[in-house]
Design a protein around this ligand. Structure first.
Ligand code: NAD
Ligand code: UD1
Length: 339
């Protein structure tokens, strides 16, 4: 049993909540900070119900350093996992300062707090969006950062640079996981992705259309240079993604890497087109979805999928779930919240 204490920021969000469950299942002690800006306190209850463990929760806005310090002064942590951020690409284009202030401000406060408390291990949520439009496929961790497609993407590029500098300066070990497209839900149907308002991402839009909350799914473009003309992405099951965090935390604790800052792609290495996801959903769940092909969405690229060789080898992790598992669990979750 790994009796280590992990501070999880944004732990009530979609990826954070699934990760907390897997951390607890692996014997870690978890405390959560969240300000509920994009989550709901019921996900705390659900994590406790699934794991049978009571969790320490702090409702704190991470842009408020004084409050972080006051609330956590007497706590000690072995590792910080920093999920908390705003993640809407569309909103970030409208309000770029809001994204800089929240995402970069929160990270700077977390780094300052880690230094103050002498916490030497950090795991950070990055995204495949840091690669922009890649020159070659699949993308490896060596691929350079291209021009960011949105202010949101820019916050991830800046965050990674800040963590890299900080880790080398203070000789601490940090890992960024660059997630590809996380989808799906916990098999219990108790937690999942619950967008506030109209979904921006494909799978939540599919499930909300299938259940009747949306009239029709718009497929954004069919003239891309891909197998069927619709864009291709590397969809990864949320529980596989959560387990990648457990693997990365174990690496941070057990292995003193000579490189203070490491990055790993977290994807399946396989690409699926929009139409393939829709068809998998229809076939597995035996429900129809009303959709129509419309014009392209600004900022979308043709195709991206990961080379996950490094994470498989170094983290001793591998994705286990298929696209069928992803669409099946998403649907179970959607039916559960709309009962
Ligand atoms: P989410 O919105 O469900 O979770 C983020 C959580 O952080 C929410 O609970 C929110 O309330 C909290 N939060 C935001 N700002 C905060 C602040 N200032 N103080 C305290 N709490 C704050 O998002 P998610 O999908 O779980 O994403 C988690 C992380 O992974 C984010 O950093 C996101 O950018 C990154 N990421 C997500 C995806 C994706 O598709 N979901 C892909 C790549 C990277
Ligand atoms: C988006 C973000 C990316 C973020 C990622 C997390 C953009 C441009 N990028 O990636 O920064 O890291 O989410 O998962 O928003 N689609 C439709 N109809 C819809 C919704 C989506 O056809 O209603 C298509 C899109 O054109 C895209 C695919 O489905 O080809 C996946 O879209 P989405 O789930 O939004 O993810 P990404 O755009 O890949």
């Amino acid at each position: 049993k790994l009796d280590k204490k992990i501070l999880v920021t944004g732990g009530l969000g979609y990826i954070g909540s699934h990760t907390c469950i897997e951390l607890i299942n692996n014997g870690f002690n978890v405390s959560i900070i969240d300000n509920l800006v994009n989550s709901d306190i019921t996900s705390l209850k659900s994590i406790e119900k699934i794991t049978g463990v009571k969790i320490t929760f702090y409702r704190v806005d991470l842009t408020d350093y004084k409050k972080i310090k006051n609330k956590l002064e007497n706590e000690n942590f072995d590792v910080v996992i920093h999920f908390a951020a705003l993640k809407s690409v569309r909103e970030s284009i409208k309000f770029p300062e809001k994204y800089m202030d929240n995402n970069i401000g929160s990270l700077k406060n977390i780094l300052k707090f880690m230094k103050y408390k002498n916490i030497k291990k950090l795991l950070f949520s990055s995204s495949c969006t840091v690669y922009g439009k890649p020159d070659s496929l699949p993308v490896t961790e060596e691929s350079i950062f291209k021009k960011p497609e949105s202010p949101y993407a820019e916050t991830k590029q800046i965050s990674e640079k800040l963590i890299d500098e900080f880790s080398n300066k203070f000789k601490q070990n940090s890992i960024s996981l660059r997630y590809f497209n996380p989808v799906g839900a916990h098999h219990s149907g108790l937690i999942g992705e619950k967008p506030k308002g109209k979904p921006e991402n494909l799978v939540p839009y599919i499930t909300e259309t299938a259940i009747g909350l949306r009239k029709s799914l718009s497929v954004f473009g069919s003239d891309y240079k891909t197998k069927d003309g619709t864009p291709v992405r590397d969809y990864i099951h949320i529980v596989d993604l959560a387990n990648a965090h457990v693997a990365a935390v174990i690496r941070l604790i057990n292995y003193k890497s000579k490189k203070y800052y490491e990055v790993f792609n977290i994807g399946t290495g396989k690409g699926h087109s929009v139409l393939e996801v829709i068809n998998a959903f229809k076939k597995v769940n035996k429900v129809d979805i009303n959709y129509k092909i419309v014009g392209r969405r600004k900022g979308d690229i043709d195709i991206i999928f990961s080379d996950n060789t490094l994470s498989r080898k170094t983290l001793n992790w591998k994705p286990k779930k298929t696209i069928e598992d992803m669409v099946e669990s998403s649907w179970r979750w959607q039916k559960n919240i709309n009962r």
